[in-house]
Design a protein around this ligand. Sequence first.
Ligand SMILES: Nc1ncnc2c1ncn2[C@@H]1O[C@H](COP(=O)(O)OP(=O)(O)O)[C@@H](O)[C@H]1O
Ligand SMILES: [Mg+2]
Length: 240
Amino acid sequence: MATATLEPLLAVRGIHTCYDQSHILRGVDLTVRPGETVALMGRNGMGKTTLIRTVMGLVPARQGRILVDGADVTGEATFRIAARGLAYVPEGRGIFATLSVRENLAIAHEGRGKASDWSLPRVLELFPRLAERLDNGGDQLSGGEQQMLAIARALLTNPRLLILDEATEGLAPLIRDEIWRTVGVIRAAGIATLIVDKNVAALTALADRVVILVKGEVAFTGTPGELTATPERMQHLLGV
Ligand SMILES: Nc1ncnc2c1ncn2[C@@H]1O[C@H](COP(=O)(O)OP(=O)(O)O)[C@@H](O)[C@H]1O
Ligand SMILES: [Mg+2]
C-alpha cells in the first residue's frame, strides 16, 4: 500500500504513562497512516492496553504527545478523541448486557447526527448472525456474537481508525476466523486498524506493519515479513 507519504492519522510521540508509582510506558512512538493495518504485539503485561488507553485519553500521559491528523490531542477528553474518528473496542467488549442487540447498535447510531456510510443494514450484512439476534439481550449472546456487536457498534460511528484490543481472545476457532474475515472487509473498506491479538499468524497475514512492545518500550517495528524472517528474534520478542 502506498501510504508512506500520507500524513499520519495517529502519531504517538515519546509517550510515558504511569499507574501511580509504576512507570509502564517508557517513551513509546507509534504511527498509523490512513488505511493502514498495524498489529500491536508483545507478551502479556508489556503495555499494549495501556498504550491504547493512553491514545484514547482514558489514562493520562505523563510525558509525550498524541497527534490525530497532526493535531495535538494529548489530554483531550475521550469523547472528543473519538469524535476525531477513532473507535475503540476494549478487551471484554463493553456490551450493554441489559440492552438488546438493536438497542446496543442504536446507541452508536444515535450518537452521531449525520448520514453514515456504515448504516445498520450494512453492518448487519457484515455480521448476519447479529441480524438474527436483533431482539436478543446483550447477555444472551455468545462471546463471538458480543465481539461482533462491539465491532458493529464501533463501525456505526464511521471511524477512520478502529482499535481492537484482544480481537479474538477467548473465542472458538471458527468464530475467530469469522472475526478475521470481517477485519479483512474493514481493511478493504479503507479503515485503518490497530489490532492486538495473540494469534501471530493471523496478525502477520493481515498487517501492513507490526509494532512490538517489551516492558513499555518499542522493541521492534517493521513489516510482517521482516519479523518472520528472523524466527529467533520473533521467539525472543513474543515467546512464540
Ligand atoms: N489499572 C492499573 N493499575 C496498575 N497497574 C496496571 C493497571 N493496568 C495495567 N497495569 C500494569 O501495567 C502493565 C502493562 O499492562 P497492560 O497495558 O494491560 O499490558 P498488555 O495489554 O500488554 O497485557 C502490567 O504490568 C500491568 O500489571
Ligand atoms: Mg492487554
